[in-house]
Design a protein around this ligand. Structure first.
Ligand SMILES: CSC[C@H]1O[C@H](OP(=O)(O)O)[C@H](O)[C@@H]1O
Length: 364
């Protein structure tokens, strides 16, 4: 998407044709920093420490990590080792495993001497495919927004709540949950977005708000606990979020706090949509609550908060007593029964095994 008057993706191949450059999301919205990743270890650090984050972007970044490995050692053993190293960075987003599996499936049959060039070609394709999938999600989600707008007074604003960042910063471009929003703005539909701050990493306050401001989308930052209150008062027309892993039965794993939004939406008859590209579907899992590994991140992410001081310095401050331990589950699972629909690149699927099979019959 555009940053000022310049178009950016979140990740791109460097001119050397080997390393990749990323937007280092740790410093947004205060600083726009680009980092060059030149080794597999650097790729692993960037994923693990959330320089890059968001399920699709994590997968694409890992795909380039495999390509980097192939330039050093293209053996089967090295292919398996780099799979393990990168798979171990973060446990929840299925796109990471999907991308690693896809790269290994694609490379394994090739002669060693062809693997490096082929790996970069496939990694570039996966990045380009992500952009296309997200654009299609936008078109399909736009129809929902248009339908809501048509049922309001002419010119009346469609109020949308989103949680965390499922924007272009979570993907290569366009985003998943934000893609319909961007297309609605382009179509001239009056929309307004309530942006959940999304403690503790504040992806909403720091990333989604930055995206919305950067694209002139009317938005209001709210604390995570305000969404239910706004829904009770009819201030929300729809909720749209992303996902890190959706099961074959339609259970949705997403950033911690999503489940609570879904409960509030159900209690107030607010449509709750999940936007996802098909690589985010884990066809091997049915019961999300029982089977999806939930990442437990450091309690320091709860106890310490990053921000910009009055003097313009980016610093971390403690918000709880030193002696107080903090728990930090990074995701939760929303049961399919609370999901109005799954906005995929092929259309809106019911959040069920039948609904997903109908949308993806080849997975039957
Ligand atoms: C389009 S996937 C976005 C998804 O990823 C985020 O998690 P994290 O920032 O920890 O990588 C969050 O769950 C978003 O909904």
């Amino acid at each position: 998407m555009n940053v000022g008057d310049r178009h950016f993706r979140t990740i791109w191949l460097s001119d050397d044709g080997r390393s990749v450059e990323i937007i280092d999301q740790r410093w947004l919205p205060h600083e726009f920093r680009i980092e060059k990743l030149v080794t597999v270890a650097g790729i692993a650090t960037a994923i693990r420490d959330m320089w890059v984050r968001g399920a699709p972007l994590i997968g694409v970044t890992a795909a380039y990590g495999v390509a980097m490995q192939m330039t050093d050692d293209a053996s089967d053993e090295a292919l398996d080792t780099v799979w393990e190293i990168l798979h171990d960075t973060r446990p929840t987003a299925i796109n990471l495993r999907w991308a690693l599996d896809e790269m290994r499936r694609f490379l394994r049959p090739l002669p060693l001497g062809e693997r490096a060039a082929a790996a970069y070609r496939r990694a570039n394709e996966i990045a380009d495919e992500d952009v296309g999938l997200n654009r299609a999600i936008g078109e399909n989600g736009l129809a929902i927004i248009k339908d809501i707008a048509a049922r309001k007074q002419p010119g009346e604003t469609v109020n949308i709540l989103t949680h965390c960042n499922a924007g272009w910063l979570a993907t290569v471009d366009y985003g998943t949950a934000t893609s319909p929003i961007y297309l609605a703005v382009e179509a001239g539909i009056p929309v307004h977005v309530y942006v959940d701050e999304t403690r503790p990493r504040n992806q909403g306050a720091q990333l989604t708000a930055w995206e919305m401001a950067g694209h002139g989308v009317p938005h209001t930052l709210i604390v995570d606990n305000a969404g239910g209150h706004l829904m009770q008062r009819g201030a929300i027309d729809m909720v749209i979020v992303g996902t890190d892993r959706t099961t074959a039965d339609g259970d949705v794993c997403n950033k911690i706090g999503t489940y609570l939004k879904a409960l509030a939406a159900a209690d107030n008859d607010v449509p709750f949509y999940v936007a996802l590209p098909s690589p985010t579907i884990d066809w091997t899992v049915g019961d999300g609550l029982a089977e999806i590994p939930i990442e437990e991140r450091s309690g320091d992410e709860v106890s310490l908060v990053w921000g910009k001081t009055a003097s313009g310095k980016i610093a971390q401050v403690r918000v709880s007593p030193e002696a107080t331990p903090a728990a930090n589950p990074a995701f939760d699972v929303t049961p399919a029964r609370l999901v109005t629909g799954l906005i995929t690149e092929r259309g809106i699927a019911k959040a069920s095994r039948e609904g997903l099979k109908a949308m993806f019959p080849e997975r039957g």
